[in-house]
Design a protein around this ligand. Structure first.
Ligand code: DGY
Length: 325
């Protein structure tokens, strides 16, 4: 008998095929997030779960699945939707999909940065509305991106991937992280390690690449926003909660900063109504990793984690290896 797994929302075909070859798969038949009650019901009797970042997998869900649950293979690199401690206490492995979405998310980070600085979305809306009357010296002028200073909060895989792209625009790269990177990593992009204050005060663009942890929640609040240049932009493709969204709205309204490019929001899927009305804010619906190739790879990585675990092996991307001790 094949192990039973739950996939909480249909994934790209290749990933579904691999899962179906190896497991008895129950998949959410609807193209929407499962309600809490549905989730609690669907997990019953499953040996593995493949949830998305929109599914809160806590102790109640784990207990509803029952004692046979061995693995929660998150379809994301971030795993703040899973109660890792509760899983570890129940000897359930938790895995994520690191690495495969780094480059794709870095591409989108640059897209957001360029779009907000060069007013791409505003210009597109204007032109489609039939308002274009001909070339004009001041039509949608914005700041240059090339040769400006990019400040990265977080200089792991994703921060470095963004820095590589920014280096192609001859940007000066500042970064701040808990630990300074190895000299050869810094050298690849001429990155300069600076303290938080310097990064905030001197960057023209600030981009966030930290995981959501208690220490990074509201990393950017009123004080940080006030330290930024009034000409600076903030870009967020990490997690919405890293920015205090109310404080961001206040800073944008008071012109304390020039604009924002946001792929993630503090209360997803809700978007602060004021942000949605601002021309100097580009808003995307959390599509950082949304390339066909990457979403397929994420599914294949999650499937490999399920396959290994349910064969009795340690899964390649285990976040709580202590369950095997
Ligand atoms: C992740 O994997 O954590 C992303 O936010 C989803 O693309």
């Amino acid at each position: 008998m094949k192990p039973q797994i739950l996939v909480t929302r249909r994934l790209p075909q290749k990933a579904m095929e691999l899962l179906e070859e190896n497991f008895h798969v129950e998949c959410n038949p609807n193209d929407r997030v499962l309600t809490r009650d549905e989730l609690l019901e669907y997990v019953k009797g499953k040996h593995g779960l493949l949830p998305l970042l929109t599914d809160a997998i806590d102790a109640e869900v784990m207990d509803s699945a029952g004692e046979g649950l061995r693995i929660i293979a998150n379809y994301a690199v971030g795993y703040n939707n899973i109660d890792l401690e509760a899983a570890t206490a129940r000897k359930i492995a938790v895995t994520n999909t690191p690495g495969v979405l780094t480059e794709t998310t870095a591409d989108l980070t640059m897209a957001l940065l360029l779009a907000v600085a060069r007013r791409v979305v505003e210009s597109d809306t204007f032109a489609r509305a039939g308002k274009y009357q001909g070339w004009a010296p001041l039509l949608f002028v914005g700041p240059d991106v090339h040769h400006k200073t990019l400040g990265l909060f977080g200089f792991g895989r994703r921060g470095l991937a963004v820095a590589k792209r920014a280096a192609g625009f001859d940007m000066r790269i500042f970064y701040h992280d808990l630990q300074r990177a190895e000299a050869e990593v810094e050298k690849q992009v001429n990155a300069e390690y600076v303290d938080k204050e310097t990064l905030l005060k001197e960057s023209d663009f600030i981009s966030l690449h930290v995981p959501l942890l208690p220490e990074t929640e509201h990393l950017i609040g009123p004080e940080e926003l006030s330290s930024m240049k009034p000409t600076a932009f903030i870009i967020n493709t990490s997690r919405g909660e890293v920015i205090d969204e109310d404080a961001l709205v206040v800073a944008l309204q008071a012109r304390k900063i020039a604009g924002a490019g946001l792929d993630v929001f503090e209360h997803e899927p809700k978007i602060h109504p004021t942000l949605a009305k601002m021309g100097n804010v580009v808003i995307l619906p959390h599509i950082g990793s949304a390339s066909i190739e990457t979403r397929t790879k994420m599914g294949l990585v999650a499937a490999q984690n399920l396959i290994a675990t349910l064969k009795g092996e340690v899964p390649p991307n285990c976040l709580n290896p202590e369950v095997y001790e």
